[in-house]
Design a protein around this ligand. Structure first.
Ligand code: SAH
Length: 286
């Protein structure tokens, strides 16, 4: 597709490395009492209409967000996107990256926000309003890259897709809850653009990114299955509880390493006991 940023896996990985590097202060650092918009990316998952991608790019650009990722667009017709993304919003379309799947698009981000019109369901946290989210992002966005994920026009994000997110935003509406995709982007981005905090924000360190977290969850699930702590029937249900717990605390990369280290130690111990079922105390006393 001419003009499109369809990148090879290596190019994507290289770009991801840039995103995962610790925050380096740019010459003009954003004010500490506002969201750092340079660290905010709009992610459109499986958008169906190119016009909606264009209108979403324009909404993001109006509110100072210049990064756009698109995952599996149904019709990546740039002309149709550009009909809606006029002016300097066109740059977002020219520079947007297209990803083949959501997990790899989200890998480098340290804080992932899902958006959904659906209320209830098995999400890991209760939904917040765009205004409350924006306040949380003021300290978080200083050292962490934030993804705002929007779902397809017909279904929205599935529970599995929402499981990759650390927070969920629902825009308050009347009983007809489903907004147009680009209008949802505009409202969330508008609140983020307006948010201010008078007090000096508390320090929030760099958190683990999604690659690091998902590798930890996979290892934790294997270990907990091995020691029969969680059932083989529906491990996702139990893992969702753990995701909820860990999301509340915001793990750092070093803390993820500690959890993975504990899993490896348990695995080693279980293997050793299986190979040599005699209790340690017997061995020690001989
Ligand atoms: N029927 C879908 C709506 C899809 S609209 C659903 O129930 O979620 C396309 C996308 O716009 C959604 O996936 C979501 O990202 C966003 N969106 C629409 N209405 C929203 C609302 N009230 N709150 C938060 N996001 C919304």
């Amino acid at each position: 597709m001419p003009g499109f940023n369809r990148k090879s896996q290596q190019e994507q990985a290289a770009e991801n490395m840039i995103l995962t590097e610790p925050y380096a202060c740019s010459e003009k650092s954003p004010p500490a009492n506002r969201v750092n918009l340079d660290h905010v990316t709009v992610v459109l998952h499986k958008p169906r209409l190119p016009e909606n991608i264009g209108a979403a790019a324009r909404a993001a650009r109006n509110m100072g967000i210049s990064r756009l990722l698109v995952v599996q667009p149904e019709d990546p017709n740039r002309e149709r996107m550009l009909m809606m993304a006029t002016g300097s919003a066109a740059r977002l379309i020219q520079e947007m990256t297209i990803y083949p799947d959501l997990a790899s698009a989200l890998g480098p981000f340290q804080y992932i926000v899902g958006t959904s019109a659906r209320v209830g369901g098995n999400f890991r946290q209760s939904p917040v309003t765009p205004r409350d989210l924006a306040r949380q992002l003021i300290p978080l966005s200083r050292h962490n890259h934030i993804a705002l994920v929007f779902g397809p026009e017909n279904w929205g994000l599935t529970n599995e897709e929402l499981a990759l997110c650390h927070a969920m935003v629902t825009i308050p509406t009347s009983d007809f809850r489903s907004l147009n995709l680009a209008q949802a982007v505009l409202i969330v981005a508008y609140e983020i653009f307006l948010a201010r905090q008078d007090l000096q924000p508390r320090f929030i360190p760099r958190l683990a990114n999604s690659w690091e977290l998902e590798a930890m969850y996979a290892e934790l699930q294997d270990t907990l299955l091995q020691i029969n702590y969680i059932g083989h029937q529906n491990p996702e249900h139990w893992m969702m509880r753990l995701r909820r717990f860990f999301s509340r605390h915001g793990l750092r990369a070093a803390e993820v390493q500690v959890i993975r280290g504990i899993c490896r130690q348990i695995d080693w111990y279980v293997r050793r006991r299986l190979e040599n079922p005699r209790p340690d105390s017997h061995q020690d006393s001989t």
